[in-house]
Design a protein. Structure first.
Length: 214
């Protein structure tokens, strides 16, 4: 995969405990599936809408020459004085050094989601803001991944008695679906309410936000 250098217009705060206004990126809740925001690339700046995917170690944006990028806005390297085609190859790897915080609204298309770079906002997380974890927190995965060995059983249990075609159910509402409990008994049990894994529209059609991870 060829590598390129592009000027990115962003300045990150250095505060480790509380993000400043300069480190905030307003995000748009796109149907509770993706949280997107705007970044500027190149000189002069070209504004693109991007998904802030914490599961990727590199910044990827579509270029004008991409033939499989759909209708997404693309970067025109011919209009950027700071673009450099390095003709280099690179090896992808994960990096978990810098601090960031994601605040995501719970309702589809609801305003208020933000990405904080270089810290976090105590007014949003409260006084008890410490945590410990080892998994990768991936904001680029829109659906809940379920192993193939449990996928069919779980979907059939959730859709029993409902008019569903796969993951899409008709003439239903959030109240038609059960809460889901997962974790390790007896202490570490987490509950997903229907609003956490079901996306419904005004026509009483609901989609289960699952995918088979294989």
């Amino acid at each position: 995969m060829p590598a390129h250098r592009i000027a990115l217009s962003s300045r990150l705060p250095v505060s480790p405990t509380n993000a400043t206004a300069a480190g905030r990126v307003r995000l748009q809740n796109y149907g509770n599936v993706q949280y997107v925001g705007e970044l500027s690339f190149g000189s002069p700046p070209q504004v693109l809408t991007v998904v802030f995917d914490t599961g990727s170690s590199d910044t990827w944006i579509p270029g004008m020459s991409c033939t499989e990028c759909g209708l997404h806005s693309a970067f025109d390297y011919t209009q950027s004085s700071t673009f450099q085609d390095t003709h280099e190859k690179f090896l992808d790897s994960a990096d978990v050094n810098n601090m960031f915080a994601m605040y995501m609204t719970a309702e589809p298309n609801q305003d208020g989601s933000e990405l904080h770079l270089g810290g976090y906002d105590l007014s949003m997380v409260g006084d008890n803001a410490s945590w410990h974890f080892t998994p990768t927190i991936d904001t680029g995965t829109s659906l809940i991944s379920i192993p193939d060995t449990q996928y069919t059983e779980i979907v059939e249990a959730i859709t029993a008695g409902l008019a569903c075609d796969g993951l899409v159910c008709h003439d239903v509402s959030l109240a038609s679906f059960p809460p889901l409990k997962f974790g390790m008994a007896p202490d570490n049990i987490f509950t997903l309410d229907p609003r956490d894994y079901i996306n419904c529209d005004t026509r009483h059609t609901c989609r289960i936000q699952f995918q088979n991870s294989g």
